[in-house]
Design a protein around this ligand. Structure first.
Ligand code: AMP
Ligand code: MG
Length: 426
């Protein structure tokens, strides 16, 4: 149990420079959220493969040298570098062979060499490997032409990947395939990770129908629960899908109460706009310490933020594109921080905009964009058709978000702009 009470939302707001809930710049919203959200402390141990995408809970220090011995980087012949002649062929007698996992243990005199395979331990004293494609075979001897090799070439040193006692990975890392491989190279079968964040979510709105229900007049299928579910899956959190909650005070109270009791985070969509006539805002405000923001961003202006019980509440707007953009812009980093992950700035792609783009200073815009390689070899960006915040198709067609900063004005043809690509390698 925590002994210190978390600061009130008013106290957090007073720490954020330029805080204005009715026209909140996105950087101030991010700063507020970062101050609001607690960091998970609970850890668990999981088998190595299950650690992919999890947050490392402790620093990992290498307990061994990787590789454990000097070994060959090539298939070829191991030799003494001092035998190499600068003025003509170096002729060496082959006295044995070493395979990966089956070292050569004999002694080697100057003027001799050992056939060696990639990964095989270097015979004692030998420091250089000539790749086999460079040598001429002459009976039991090999001849190496002058100038193709220097002493020390093609040898991997013990501990060159990781030396014993060297820090391998830091706590807070979201583990990627290379990290899992590196942990395997250390012989680590179990990994200490933070427990997964639990996120409950539901959609609000009496016009929403779930898949399988009849689409009555004026109704729409609930798509936000699906985009949210998918984005949350990608973040590796545990999700609790609570369905659609209609505009009914008792049903909303019950849903918010249950979500806050079961989860670390509650995410809703819909019902937070200005002049919204339904009960969502009222119930949020009754049950928790909640602020209603108008964020200087597009799409996605209205949002509720706060605490219900010990759970953090993100009340996202209802429009399907606005849900996704506010999630990426404000919720994603907060969930990672809560999960214990060290903050990472997402890399942006600098692209040429061949056409002018209209943009008002004083808000951050996220336009749905398609990035492609132009004939001149540069990356060019174009905006996908209509940018209406309800047009989910524009999001599906896009392969990135064009990010136009708060102070930026119109973009001229040929200007460089920042794009957040949707897909990365890892
Ligand atoms: P609201 O923020 O509740 O005023 O909703 C804004 C718009 O988004 C309205 O047109 C809603 O019908 C639509 N909308 C709200 N929630 C969803 C949802 N879960 N799936 C699809 N559309 C939604
Ligand atoms: Mg609504």
């Amino acid at each position: 149990m925590s002994t210190t009470l978390p600061p009130s939302l008013a106290a957090i707001a007073s720490c954020v420079n330029g805080y204005d809930p009715d026209a909140l710049p996105i950087d101030q919203a991010r700063e507020f959220i970062d101050r609001l959200v607690p960091r998970l402390q609970t850890t668990e141990s999981v088998p190595l493969r299950s650690a992919l995408g999890r947050v490392l809970a402790r620093d990992i220090v290498s307990g061994i040298d990787v590789p454990a011995h000097d070994n060959s980087a090539m298939d070829g012949y191991a030799l003494y570098g001092t035998d190499l002649r600068a003025d003509g062929d170096t002729v060496l007698q082959v006295v044995g062979s070493g395979l990966a996992g089956e070292a050569f243990h004999g002694t080697v005199q100057p003027g001799q060499c050992v056939r060696i395979m990639t990964g095989a331990v270097m015979p004692a004293g030998l420091d250089t490997v000539i790749p086999q494609e460079f040598v001429r075979q002459q009976g039991d001897d090999i001849a190496i032409p002058a100038g193709v090799l220097r002493a020390g070439d093609n040898r991997r040193l013990a501990g060159e990947d990781l030396a014993r006692g060297e820090p391998a990975l830091s706590a807070g890392r979201v583990l990627r395939p290379a990290d899992i491989g590196m942990l395997a190279s250390l012989g680590q079968g179990e990994v200490p990770v933070r427990r997964r964040l639990r996120v409950a979510f539901f959609s609000t709105g009496s016009e929403l129908r779930s898949i399988g229900e009849t689409l009555d007049e004026g109704c729409v299928y609930d798509s936000n629960r699906y985009t949210l579910w998918c984005m949350l899956q990608r973040l590796g959190v545990d999700v609790i899908d609570m369905g659609v909650v209609h505009d009914d005070e008792a049903a909303l109270r019950e849903a918010f109460g249950r979500a806050a009791a079961d989860a670390d985070v509650v995410i809703t969509s819909g019902g937070v706009s200005v002049g919204e006539a339904d009960y969502t805002k009222k119930v949020m405000a009754d049950l928790g310490d909640v602020l209603f923001w108008k964020i200087a961003m597009r799409p996605g202006r209205p949002m509720a933020i706060g605490r219900i019980g010990e759970a953090i509440l993100f009340g996202l707007p209802g429009n399907p594109v606005a849900v996704m953009v506010t999630f990426y812009a404000l919720v994603r980093d907060a969930l990672l921080a809560m999960s214990g992950a060290t903050p990472q700035v997402l890399p942006l792609l600098r692209c040429v905009s061949p056409r002018p783009i209209r943009k008002k200073p004083g808000r951050t815009e996220f336009q749905r964009a398609i990035v492609s390689r132009a004939d001149d070899g540069n990356w060019h960006v174009s905006v996908t058709g209509s940018q209406g915040s309800g047009i989910l198709r524009s999001m599906s067609q896009a392969n990135g978000l064009l990010v136009l900063g708060h102070d930026k004005g119109n973009i001229e043809a040929g200007e460089l702009v920042d794009v957040l690509p949707f897909d990365g390698l890892l």
